[in-house]
Write a protein that binds this ligand. Structure first.
Ligand code: ATP
Ligand code: MG
Length: 172
């Protein structure tokens, strides 16, 4: 085997490994489990707060073993909402969604438990309440794909960023 063949084979194997890793990461982004104590950011969205569902939603959160490390009620301006959801700035629903998130007070919380990020997303359910499984918060409290009752961070990096967004001034 020539050196050139060996290098080619090595590069092909490395390329396949990278493709598998990136594919796996994208597909399972929301379901990665770290088996460590994590913190995530949860939001109860305006329509759920207005409908007096804050208490029942917090009940579900505590029943699932999350510890609420901190929480506050805030009313975002449209620009702040756009900053928070900047990853969606090119989506067709961006304008409506930021308008909606800033339409009334929201309740923001830092939740902590083992695998908090994935477990909170499991408890929330699918983005579209019509497709969310029975027993999930979006199935029970969501109205439609936009007014879906709750938000949750989707990765460790997002959780850190989002917690800092709302709780930068928090006492440790
Ligand atoms: P969130 O980030 O709020 O936890 P998610 O991660 O399940 O929700 P994303 O794809 O991040 O879903 O969308 C962010 C939010 O934008 C959704 O929760 C919803 O309020 C709104 N949204 C998403 N898709 C649509 C859509 N097709 N039409 C209208 N609003 C949408
Ligand atoms: Mg999201």
């Amino acid at each position: 085997m020539t050196l050139r063949t060996i290098i080619t084979i090595t590069l092909v194997i490395a390329g396949i490994a990278v493709i598998f890793y990136v594919g796996y990461s994208l597909i399972f982004k929301h379901y990665r489990r770290s088996n460590t104590i994590e913190r995530t950011l949860a939001i109860i969205k305006p329509e759920a707060v207005q409908a007096h569902q804050t208490g029942p939603i917090i009940d579900r959160i505590e029943q699932m073993g999350f510890t609420i490390i901190d929480f506050r009620k805030v009313h975002l301006g449209k620009e702040e909402a756009a900053k928070f959801y900047h990853e969606h700035k090119n989506k067709s629903f961006f304008g409506d969604m930021t308008q909606y998130i800033s339409s009334g007070p929201i309740v923001v919380m830092i939740l902590e438990k083992l695998n908090a990020i994935g477990d909170w997303r499991d408890l929330m359910g699918a983005t579209n309440p019509a497709k969310a499984k029975d027993g999930t918060i979006r199935k029970q409290f969501g109205t439609n794909i936009e007014k879906n009752a709750v938000h949750g961070s989707d990765s460790q990096a997002a959780a850190q960023q989002e917690i800092a967004f709302f709780f930068a001034d928090r006492r440790k």
